[in-house]
Design a protein around this ligand. Sequence first.
Ligand SMILES: C[S@@+](CC[C@H](N)C(=O)[O-])C[C@H]1O[C@@H](n2cnc3c(N)ncnc32)[C@H](O)[C@@H]1O
Length: 438
Amino acid sequence: MAKSYRKFLKLLEQWPVDSSKLNRDLGQHIRERVKESFKTGEIYPTDENECSRIHDSLKRLADNQYGQMYPRKSNFCASGLSADECHALLTTEFLQNQEVLTKEKPIHIPVMVNEVLECLKPQPGQIFIDMTFGAGGHSQCILESAPDIKLFVLDRDPVSYSIASRLAGKFPGQVEPLLGKFSELPELLRSHGVRHNSIDGILFDLGCSSMQFDVAERGFSVSKDGPLDMRMDGYRFPEQPTAADVLANANEEDLVKILKVYGEEKQAKKITRAVIEARYTFKKLETTSELGELVASVCVDEERLDKLQRHAHSATKTFQALRIFVNNEINELNYGMILAETYLKVGGKLVTLTFHSLEDRIVKRHLLGNVIDNAINPLPLKYTNHSLWYDRNEIDSLLHSNWKLIHKHVLTPSVEEVNVNPRSRSAKLRAAIKVRDK
Ligand SMILES: C[S@@+](CC[C@H](N)C(=O)[O-])C[C@H]1O[C@@H](n2cnc3c(N)ncnc32)[C@H](O)[C@@H]1O
């Protein structure tokens, strides 16, 4: 413990507090996190691994790795805690009075876990990538399913990244947390020396995590009032437009397209008109409830139901469309599928969980080889122009797929699972084995 104690002490002493920054000061934040962690028992004196894990995550903050999340405007230093205060906070008596870390209740319930494991069939020593770590439900199950699994876990959301860092502490040497989008993966894997054709299994569990939906400030949910943000990357790219920016600046034609294509929203034109008029009549749409109310006022005469026949808010599809657009989800997924084919070894397995038809279509066309110049063919093969004529080689190359499907049809969650976790209701699982190199 003495070693960990000294490490924390150094961290607290080293970090500056800038009192001019009122409530948004990083030094203050770290100090409070340390206090909180001791109070809740998150840092438990006899658990060296846990101490190191918390220390490392605080160190990342102190080293300003999340600089974009907590921008530092100046570097001037005045320690928020004196050396004496640090000592008081970290005295052995103080530490020994803390309780053991209580088990957290899950923040996101992973979907179709048994089916995912059944497809991936993890074996001792294999290497996997969880492309969408979220709260780590699937990752944890993969790690527990066989000894010595090595798991690279990717997520674009800094909140998930910090959960991944904790999981890494629980499974020392087995988990490699990566912060980034699918499109950032090649760079991240390169820095870890991961080569093409070297991974045994890859999982995509697409869409949003409950942590994103349930936190009003993230702006993903029509039922939680918050700013219209919707950026999965949080503040990693401060220039990235938020949903409010899109509503304020997109032209009418583009907005209709966004709602129609990404939300499959039949009232796209009507809703867009209302958004455009709102720009002139009152003020920029800034909150989820403002947008929700506006859409509801346009779609008055139809009662919308979800898959479980429950009342659905009329703005649900508008929210989905904006989220997909803000996060460039469709292009990301398309590229993600190419990466899966690149990094899996022959015999490696891919499992995807999709939650709406756009996503599922992309996955399906990749698996069937209906891909031209690295993008999915916008049409299923059977609908392509009848006047086109292909020679034998062209037909072979068009129908060529490097994947062998594990199931003929998609798998969906059981009734029991949907009852326990209604968010699983629209899940579709596809799985395939890479049978040859590109
Ligand atoms: C449904 S959640 C995954 C939940 C996870 N399987 C679990 O059991 O907790 C989807 C996650 O994928 C992440 N995500 C979505 N698109 C991504 C992308 N292009 N690159 C990296 N992460 C992405 C989201 O930030 C979110 O955390």
